[in-house]
Design a protein around this ligand. Structure first.
Ligand SMILES: [Zn+2]
Length: 149
């Protein structure tokens, strides 16, 4: 059987094509090819990485050996994919916690910077005539940063 691949040019497709995913059949407990409603943006089949912009060429592709073996390998590895999904869910949750912690730390740092800016501005206002930078540095060093916790 011949496989006609439609490699879409950039003139035909201006929006990024979407990746094809087979559907899970609850009755057979297996993944199988599904009907594609919209080819207007193009469909990339992960088994070859080729883009299809016409139903006929995609249907022909689905009948090829390489595509059938790909579907088969998805079914063979379905359990592994499930385990991998659970692992990834755990990773995402951990990263969300880390992200929240980082955002909180950032907000804390920002408020320290704001406080220091205000303190420096106040110092400059109060010592407008002073040009003694050594005193200024010493006073800044004496700020008690532990007050921010
Ligand atoms: Zn394929």
């Amino acid at each position: 059987m011949s496989c006609t691949k439609e490699m879409s040019s950039t003139e035909e497709i201006t929006i990024t094509p979407s990746y094809y995913t087979p559907k899970y059949n609850n009755n057979t407990k297996a993944y199988e090819d599904k009907y594609i409603f919209d080819f207007s943006h193009g469909i990339i089949c992960p088994c070859t990485g080729s883009t299809y912009s016409k139903r006929q060429s995609f249907n022909s592709h689905c009948k090829t050996n390489i595509h059938a073996k790909w579907i088969q390998s998805i079914n063979t590895n379905a359990t592994n994919y499930y385990e991998r999904t659970l692992e990834l869910e755990k990773t995402v949750k951990t990263q969300q916690i880390l992200l929240t912690q980082s955002q909180n730390e950032l907000e804390q740092q920002k408020s320290i910077v704001r406080y220091l800016q205000n303190t420096v501005n106040e110092y400059i206002r109060n010592n407008n005539n002073s040009t003694n930078s050594t005193h200024f540095a010493a006073d800044v060093m004496n700020l008690n940063l532990l007050d921010f916790d």
